[in-house]
Write a protein that binds this ligand. Structure first.
Ligand SMILES: *Cc1c(COP(=O)(O)O)cnc(C)c1O
Length: 457
């Protein structure tokens, strides 16, 4: 029991966690330590180190959940041992996953809720890979049936999130990214004709463009593909990447047609851990109908004497996020999601109004009609600072507000984006607006002082 003695002496002999041997030296970083340590000391030291990570509530760059109710924390704790893949040992967790898939299929207006096919994933990235694989497989089946070559598949899309670039590279598909038109925030339907051909496995439409927060016009994209179909015979399906919009549009814009109401929409992905309000680690992909998911992508595993189909990149995976997702769906319902998302949208618009009044900025997306967020550019060429300077200045108050260039062909335009999420209140955004105002003032004065001596005050 020598090791145990060392462990308990850490705290008992010295009394205070911060006067224990472990806390009096730098923690091992490149080699596993030889000895055990008191869990309370290790916990406290790690907890302190993690404080350096920055405050998630002030991170206005992320779409992901940073605030959860106490019950979610408790359910996550209780679910620590639940392995999503082990449907034999955790049949109720599997059942809850299936309920979520049906609820989402219904929310996204699937024509045949009973015939729905879908699954949970670790996030939208894995969900996008699965959606993309199904598109590739179906395209290949069609080409083989026609006796045509299958070696040059391509995927057509606008300014997509990096997961689609990964999909294309990992699974050997050419990514045809349509460049942005001069004043556009996403793909425009009339651009498609130039890009789709017989090797196009599908078009990705984005409900909530990562760069600008705007929704791409999925219905108009579908109409354009209908017209292309009628004229050329090319029948190109749509996958909607609704990573963030999938949990916004159904609640605050139920009349917006973007989902399975459009026959051309074959599959949809969304991140449960973004506006789905579940904690990190869950995404969803749903197909319009079971026949759109090729059988040879599904692996059948025998559980409980029956056949359990599985389609995923991972095997073992935590089940807690899925349980928390079901909790959120039950706890909020349509009404609750609508109110939470609407509150975020209202707060984003409030901030947009404040930013607009300040003078040097031009709103690119004002928070109306798509995601709860805003994006803007620096319109005043004589402002005396860049958006990157502003990002840095805001950082001194703990705010994380990213600045970045738009994708091709608008890479000369630098923008700033603020996302408003569950847990970010009106007052917090009023404080941010005040800090932006102060920063603009300070930065403008600083640069002005160099160019115009005597202006400094
Ligand atoms: C966030 C995002 C993704 C990636 O989602 P993860 O859940 O982080 O894997 C994909 N597409 C869009 C449009 C996104 O906003």
């Amino acid at each position: 029991m020598a090791l145990h003695k060392v462990t308990s002496r850490d705290v008992t002999e010295f009394g205070d966690l911060y006067a224990s041997p472990l806390s009096e030296r730098a923690l091992p970083k490149y080699r596993i330590p030889d000895r055990q340590s008191d869990p309370r000391v290790v916990y406290e030291l790690l907890h302190s180190e993690l404080l350096l990570d920055g405050n998630a509530a002030q991170n206005l760059a992320t779409f992901c959940t940073t605030w959860s109710e106490e019950e979610v924390h408790r359910l996550m704790d209780r679910s620590l041992d639940k392995n999503m893949i082990d449907k034999d040992e955790y049949p109720q967790t599997a059942e809850i996953e299936s309920r979520c898939v049906h609820i989402l299929a219904d929310l996204w207006n699937s024509p045949s809720n009973q015939n729905t096919m879908g699954c949970s994933t670790t996030g939208s990235s894995e969900a996008a890979m699965l959606g993309g694989l199904a598109l590739k497989w179906r395209w290949r089946q069609r080409r083989k049936a026609d006796g045509k070559p299958t070696d040059r598949p391509n995927l057509v899309c606008g300014p997509v999130q990096v997961c689609w670039e990964k999909f294309a590279r990992y699974f050997d598909v050419e990514l045809r990214q349509v460049p942005l038109e001069p004043d556009a925030t996403g793909l425009r339907p009339h651009q498609l004709r130039q890009y789709v051909d017989e090797n196009t496995i599908g078009v990705v439409a984005i409900l909530g463009v990562t760069y600008t927060c705007d929704f791409e016009p999925v219905e108009a994209i579908a109409r354009e593909l209908d017209a292309i179909h009628a004229e050329t015979g090319l029948n190109v399906p749509i996958h909607v990447d609704a990573a963030s919009g999938g949990f916004i549009a159904p609640f605050v814009q139920p009349e917006l047609v973007w989902d399975f109401r459009l026959e051309r929409v074959a599959s949809i992905n969304s991140s449960g851990h973004k506006y789905g309000l579940a904690p990190l680690g869950v995404g969803w992909v749903v197909w319009r109908s079971a026949d759109l998911l090729p059988k040879d992508l599904i692996f059948n595993v025998s559980y409980l004497g029956g056949e359990m189909p599985t389609f995923a990149l991972n095997f073992s995976r935590p089940g807690g996020e899925i349980i928390a997702q079901y909790f959120m769906l039950l706890r909020l319902g349509r009404e609750g999601y609508r109110r939470v998302q609407q509150a975020c949208i209202d707060t984003a618009q409030f901030l947009g109004g404040q930013i607009e009044k300040m003078g040097p900025f031009k709103l690119l997306y004002d928070g109306k009609g798509a995601l709860p967020g805003i994006s803007y550019t620096l319109a005043d060429p004589d402002a005396g600072f860049t958006l990157y300077d502003l990002t840095e200045q805001l950082r001194t108050r703990g705010w994380q507000v990213p600045s970045y260039p738009l994708p091709a062909d608008r890479q000369d335009t630098v923008i700033q984006r603020v996302l408003v999420r569950h847990g970010i209140g009106r007052d917090e955004m009023a404080l941010l607006a005040e800090d932006i105002r102060r920063s603009v003032d300070r930065l403008g004065r600083g640069a002005g002082a160099e160019q115009r001596p005597g202006f400094h005050h």
